[in-house]
Design a protein around this ligand. Structure first.
Ligand SMILES: NC(=O)c1ccc[n+]([C@@H]2O[C@H](COP(=O)([O-])OP(=O)(O)OC[C@H]3O[C@@H](n4cnc5c(N)ncnc54)[C@H](OP(=O)(O)O)[C@@H]3O)[C@@H](O)[C@H]2O)c1
Ligand SMILES: *[C@@H]1O[C@H](CO)[C@@H](O)[C@H](O)[C@H]1NC(C)=O
Ligand SMILES: *[C@@H]1O[C@H](CO)[C@@H](O)[C@H](O)[C@H]1NC(C)=O
Ligand SMILES: *[C@@H]1O[C@H](CO)[C@@H](O)[C@H](O)[C@H]1NC(C)=O
Length: 324
């Protein structure tokens, strides 16, 4: 009898904790959504990789919230399409910035200086441009490693370093009271592969691991500028052209749309998560299905089991010719 009532008691308390948590989540969401209406009104947001996929979706979600957007990518035509589609609704005219984030700093710097001259500051930098990889790690040539690292890692780092300096300058010119109200954000679009080294994705995984480490170190160094947020958003599969645009070992595009991506999250859903992470000043947000979350846990707590899973996966994928 006592045992039964004990059991009932624990079921009861677990349900209550669950309910309290759910109510907290609902209230938090309501608060975030109401803040979103004014949060971006006077904010300038630079999005890299805005010509398609997730970057375009982030632009679509931010534009109606009143943000001044700066859309950055290499493809002028696609950027213009994104811009004119946005402008079917009312909002501030987006600026187009044609820039290969993999270029050297002496190419990038003058273009970013122009942005600062025109808009005075960038409040939010979203490092979203990225290229994936399909191939074997130990047969991939240096050039492919360099190309992908140069976009996914150095590209993000170059822009981050440039804008963090500008943010600090802008912040220092303000009174203490103003600083309290003002927020700046650096957002990195990572991946669940920021925590997992997956077979035949080595170059991509490494670039995302590196970016996460850089962000953590940077956040530490910003201890005297606590209103500059460093945010890592780590999505699982998203339904974009990423696998079509992925580079193979020979440096050519893979040109195949994986089922994983076709069945992934909608880019606009992930874009909304990104926006909420900025408002909520999150440091790290994983946007992934349970299986991928479990994989990340496994990697940390049971690394041998994780290694076994990775090998099984590699075995399954082997045989598909990554180099033809
Ligand atoms: N899709 C997924 O499953 C998934 C999952 C986790 C994380 N992510 C991450 O999400 C981000 C966006 O990827 P996506 O899925 O939207 O891929 P996508 O559809 O292939 O879009 C990639 C974007 O990056 C731009 N880009 C590529 N190289 C660039 C360069 N050198 N300089 C400037 N822009 C460049 C592309 O524009 P241009 O070609 O015009 O330059 C394009 O706008 C990436 O960081 C990716 O790693 C994606
Ligand atoms: C935006 O800036 C303008 C001009 O400085 C100001 O009047 C307005 O209140 C600001 N809006 C918000 C939502 O901060
Ligand atoms: C994928 O690429 C095609 C062709 O360039 C384009 O029409 C489509 O909008 C892209 N999809 C996304 C989600 O960006
Ligand atoms: C692209 O990569 C997939 C594995 O993810 C592979 O099955 C496919 O053959 C590759 N496509 C090309 C054109 O090499």
């Amino acid at each position: 009898m006592l045992e039964l009532s004990n059991k009932l008691l624990s079921v009861y308390s677990l349900t209550s904790i669950g309910l309290i948590f759910a109510v907290y989540k609902i209230f938090k969401r309501i608060r975030t959504n109401s803040l979103a209406k004014s949060y971006f009104q006077n904010k300038t947001v630079l999005i890299t990789g805005a010509s398609g996929g997730l970057g375009k979706a982030i632009a679509e979600e931010l534009y109606p919230l009143g943000a001044q957007l700066i859309l950055c990518a290499r493809n002028n035509e696609e950027l213009n399409k994104v811009k004119s589609n946005l402008m079917l609704k009312s909002g501030k005219e987006p600026e187009i910035l044609i820039l290969d984030v993999g270029s050297k700093l002496d190419v990038i710097r003058p273009k970013l200086d122009e942005v600062i001259n025109k808009f005075k500051r960038v409040d939010i930098l979203i490092n979203n441009a990225g290229v994936s990889f399909r191939g074997e790690s130990f047969t991939a040539p240096d050039e492919v490693y360099e190309k992908i690292m140069n976009i996914n890692y150095y590209g993000a780092v170059r822009l981050t370093n440039y804008f963090v300096n500008k943010m600090i300058q802008d912040n220092n010119e303000r009174s203490k009271a103003e600083q309290k109200r003002r927020q700046y954000s650096i957002v990195n679009i990572g991946s669940v592969q920021s925590y997992l080294g997956l077979p035949y994705r080595s170059v991509y995984c490494s670039s995302k691991h590196a970016l996460l480490a850089h962000a953590d170190a940077l956040r530490g160094e910003l201890f005297h500028h606590k209103n500059i947020d460093v945010i890592n958003v780590q999505p699982g599969y998203i339904n974009t052209n990423v696998s079509i645009n992925a580079l193979r070992s020979d440096g050519a595009k893979n040109n195949t749309n994986d089922d994983d991506h076709r069945l992934g999250f909608s880019p606009n859903y992930v874009a909304q998560v990104v926006i909420r992470s900025i408002i909520n000043r999150d440091q790290e947000v994983i946007v992934a299905i349970l299986l991928h979350r479990v994989a990340i846990w496994l990697r940390f707590f049971f690394p041998r089991t994780a290694a076994w899973v990775v090998q099984k996966r590699a075995q399954k994928l082997y045989g598909k010719n990554f180099n033809d």
